[in-house]
Structure formats: structure tokens, C-alpha cells
Design a binder for this molecule. Structure first.
Ligand SMILES: C[S@@+](CC[C@H](N)C(=O)[O-])C[C@H]1O[C@@H](n2cnc3c(N)ncnc32)[C@H](O)[C@@H]1O
Length: 194
């Protein structure tokens, strides 16, 4: 078998065994799973995200830079809200070398500068997003009130833009509402509101 981790996840995915995917993922070395997803969330982390969705009456989430959409699919299994993924790198994510696309509701954009309209009742999600200028464009265009930012803890030698505790949010009128450590992969989820 070429990639036993991926093969196992695909088998569990076909059976919609999302909790088992999380348990399995949590036993893997993060260096081996980053091709699929940069973070290693526990069931508790996913439930925490769901509680934020419920408390804020969110009708959906738009995840920009969602990769194969595994995180988004896992969140979707635990909530009724609508989840849309946005990606730019179609040539990679649709190639035969990449993991399969897990999230069904996903769009590929072709213009690297373009920003997808996010409905007001939807949150914006940026997990290990890596395009600073486009992030700022989303901050400018987004009319809603909740942003999930997921990225590395300080000192991890991993780069994202925005970072979870990024000063850019305060500079643009956003306030850090809550944060949660993703212990296994040494990451943070931050919730910004306004
Ligand atoms: C480090 S990867 C993170 C993927 C996934 N969110 C994860 O956590 O595993 C960053 C992703 O952002 C995508 N990306 C970069 N610029 C983008 C843009 N302007 N619009 C949509 N996606 C973009 C890249 O193609 C890449 O898949």
C-alpha cells in the first residue's frame, strides 16, 4: 500500500466514520498527516468549534484555503450548518498525487487576487492560510462578525498569514473573543468578533 495513513482515512471517510478518523489522526505523527491537514484536532476541538457555531447562530462557514477540505468535512459531520471551501490550487488538489477532496461543497478560484463573497450570517475560517494580501482583502470585504483563525503556536517555526494571535485583527477593529490550544499539533484556534 502506497500511503497506509491515507488509505485508512479514505476507508473511514467512505463509511462516514468521522470520529474514528479523528482518533486515528491523533495517533499519527503530524509530519505524516500535514499533506492532508496541517492541524491534528481532537474530538473536543471539533466540538468546541461546533459550540462556537451554535452560540453565534452561524448559518455557515466559508473556509478560504481549505486544501482537501478534511477539517471542514469533519466540522460538517458535527453540525447542521453549511460549509463552503475555497481553494486556488486546483492543479495540485485535483492531481493524482494529492489527497482526495473530502468536502463536497468546494469552489476553485482562478484569479489569485479574487475574494469570494461571504454571506453575513456565515463565519470566515482561515486554517493555515498563507496569503497575507488576500487575507487583508477578506477582512475588508467580509460583512459578518465571526472569524476562526487556526495556525501555529509561537516558536513552532511554521508560517501562516494571518497568525492566530495576529495584531492585524486589532488594527482592523476585530477583538479576540476566545482561543483554544490544539495540543497535539501545537496550534491555536482563535475566534475574532466585532
Ligand atoms: C498551508 S495550506 C493549508 C491547507 C488547509 N487549510 C490545512 O490546514 O491543511 C494553504 C492553502 O491556502 C491556499 N490558498 C492560498 N492562497 C489562496 C487564495 N487566494 N484563495 C484560496 N486559497 C488560497 C493554498 O492553495 C493552500 O492549499
Amino acid at each position: 500500500m502506497e500511503n497506509p495513513i491515507l488509505e485508512n482515512i479514505i476507508t473511514l471517510y467512505k463509511d462516514k466514520k468521522w470520529k474514528e478518523i479523528i482518533y486515528f489522526f491523533n495517533t499519527c505523527n503530524t509530519a505524516d498527516t500535514r499533506k492532508l491537514l496541517w492541524i491534528s484536532p481532537t474530538l473536543q476541538d471539533i466540538s468546541w468549534i461546533t459550540s462556537i457555531i451554535t452560540e453565534n447562530n452561524l448559518r455557515g462557514i466559508v473556509s478560504v484555503g481549505c486544501g482537501c477540505g478534511l477539517l471542514e468535512w469533519l466540522i460538517q459531520q458535527n453540525t447542521d450548518c453549511d460549509i463552503l471551501g475555497v481553494e486556488i490550487d486546483q492543479s495540485w488538489w485535483c492531481s493524482r498525487y494529492s489527497p482526495p477532496i473530502f468536502l463536497k461543497n468546494m469552489i476553485f478560484i482562478s484569479d489569485p487576487e479574487s475574494v469570494v463573497e461571504v454571506p453575513e450570517s456565515y463565519a470566515l475560517l482561515l486554517c493555515y492560510f498563507n496569503n497575507g494580501p488576500v487575507f487583508l482583502k477578506y477582512l475588508k470585504e467580509y460583512k459578518g462578525n465571526v472569524i476562526f483563525v487556526i495556525g501555529p503556536d509561537a516558536g513552532q517555526n511554521r508560517y501562516t498569514n494571518p497568525l492566530p494571535f495576529d495584531q492585524q485583527f486589532a488594527n482592523h477593529g476585530w477583538k479576540l473573543s476566545l482561543s483554544k490550544e490544539i495540543v497535539l499539533s501545537k496550534d491555536y484556534i482563535c475566534i475574532y468578533v466585532r
